[in-house]
Design a protein around this ligand. Structure first.
Ligand code: UDX
Length: 472
């Protein structure tokens, strides 16, 4: 019997114990991380890295924002983020400060998450990144690891590397990696915890282990970690977003074709998306893609390629098709109103660039509203959460507290963001609220036949000719 237990013990130690230790090694090793920039990317990354067990100091030059965060506020709408921040603040694994120098000195890893906005010529503007890097170079009190999450244009990491060498006044070493971000707004927390891949552009082998440590729970989940050159990581980020932008422009053009032929783009998208080489995602037509990434990254990649003498015709075409798409939506409205928009009341449902976010950056809805205003329309707008941001750029709109209020007395309604709550509207009641029952559904979210049966003049993108029962 004793031999039997000894045998079991040996089996346990040799086969199970090492695995436990291996997993232990994978649990985050509590690195001290300073996150510079508390926008969508920085705030999400900071909170999630703290959740992984790291000590994170999130910093920003915006005093109002940091004060708000320290008082328990969340400056952006992002599902699950508040709970994560509250929890990690209570555990003292997360703090917010405007003292960037102190945060750098107190950390071994610095994560750059500041914006790289689009300059006038389409090139990414690196001035904010350069200023953050300068602050890092000026505050080296030991060796540091500098990780970039900001979208970095082609060749920029090597240029930044040289800049740091020039700017630093001490012999301390700065090792660099670029970890491009693939978070989607609205699902950023979930995307951080369940990424499809982690791309790491670096020249330092030592950094591999540090990155494994910082993101240890993702290694346990077998998320692929792909180590690449700086240049490959730079292209992967911009090419990923550009590819998705191409996919959307493609389906938008196919939708416009469907409208001329009697085909239903939803059937077409399903039919082509079932080919695993194409896939079903990002095949929803709409008023054109927007947001902080696709418009900026496609333009930046185009510009950078042009500088290198490479002509990216497909991306150029995707940009042109996208610029045209919001105009096509507007034309649908003009057509049903016999081109007379002056003094007409148009209800706008949705201002955000997509659902589940309060972000209106490069939103097609904002473009369309501006075009309507130029034509002297009266706009009554409603968005569940983006109105606060919209008010800053479009103060002249009549903002409503509900979709129904926006549609009351309107000559037409345009659905420009695919908020779920718009699908739950009682359209039979709305029919009597509106001056004329006209709906332009630029996100294809409403039941076509039901609206037509109720007497609406209903238009959408690519399934205007759908007949019979509503598509399942
Ligand atoms: C995008 C990328 O998906 C993400 O990986 C990257 O990190 C940042 O940019 P995001 O900008 O949050 O994320 O939005 P996304 O969900 O990708 O949508 C972008 C735009 O495309 C939105 O305007 C959306 O409405 C539009 N879109 C998306 C479509 O019109 N049709 C689709 O099928 C999908």
């Amino acid at each position: 019997m004793r031999f039997y237990f000894l045998f079991l013990h040996i089996i346990f130690v040799h086969f199970f114990q090492p695995q436990i230790y291996a997993e232990k090694e994978l649990v985050s090793s509590e690195h001290k991380i300073a996150v510079i920039g508390t926008g969508y990317v920085g705030l999400t990354a900071g909170a999630c890295l703290a959740e992984f067990g790291n000590y994170v100091i999130c910093c920003d030059i915006d005093e109002k924002k940091i004060k708000f965060l320290n008082e328990g506020g969340i400056p952006i709408f992002e599902k699950g983020l508040k709970e994560l921040i509250d929890k990690n603040l209570a555990l003292h694994r997360l703090e917010f400060t405007t003292d960037i120098s102190q945060a750098i000195q107190n950390s071994e890893v610095i994560l750059i998450c500041v914006p790289t906005p689009m300059g006038q010529d389409g090139a990414a503007d690196l001035s904010i990144v350069k200023s953050a890097v300068k602050t890092v170079a000026e505050n080296l009190n030991n060796d540091k690891i500098l990780l970039f999450k900001s979208t970095m244009p082609l060749g920029s990491i090597k240029r930044i590397q040289k800049l740091i060498q020039k700017q630093k006044k001490s012999a301390f070493n700065v090792e660099i990696a670029y970890l491009p971000e693939f978070l989607k707004e609205g699902t950023a927390v979930q995307d951080f915890f369940e990424p499809e891949r982690i791309i790491i552009g670096t020249e330092s082998k030592r950094l591999h282990q540090v990155i494994y440590d910082i993101l240890a729970p993702l290694r346990i989940k077998n998320v692929p970690f792909c180590f690449t050159s700086f240049e490959s990581a730079e292209i992967i980020k911009q090419a990923s977003n550009s590819f998705l932008a191409v996919k959307i422009s493609f389906i938008n053009e196919i939708a416009n074709l469907c409208d001329k032929t009697g085909a239903d783009v939803r059937e077409v998208a399903k039919g082509i998306g079932l080919d695993s080489r194409i896939g079903p995602e990002f095949l929803k037509p709409g008023p054109g893609y927007g947001g902080s990434c696709f418009p900026k990254d496609t333009h930046a990649l185009l510009y950078e390629a042009q500088q290198l003498g490479v002509d990216l015709k497909v991306i150029q075409a995707a940009i042109e098709a996208n610029d045209r798409q919001s105009k096509i939506v507007l034309e649908k409205l003009l057509k049903v109103l016999n081109s007379s928009i002056k003094d007409k009341t148009i209800a706008i449902l949705g201002l955000a660039f997509k659902a589940n976010t309060d972000d209106i950056r490069d939103s097609s809805a904002i473009l369309i509203v501006n075009e309507l205003l130029k034509r002297d329309a009266i706009i009554k707008a409603y968005d569940p959460i983006a109105m606060k941001n919209a008010r800053k750029v479009l103060p002249q709109l009549v903002y409503c507290t509900s979709a129904e209020e926006a549609m009351y007395g309107a000559d037409a309604v345009m659905i420009l963001t695919e908020w779920e709550e718009f699908q739950k509207i009682d359209w039979s009641a709305v029919c009597n609220l509106m001056k004329t029952p006209i709906v332009i559904d630029a996100r294809n979210i409403l039941p076509i036949q039901m609206l037509r049966d109720l007497g609406f003049l209903y238009e959408n993108i690519g399934c205007s000719h759908a007949t019979g029962s509503d598509y399942e």
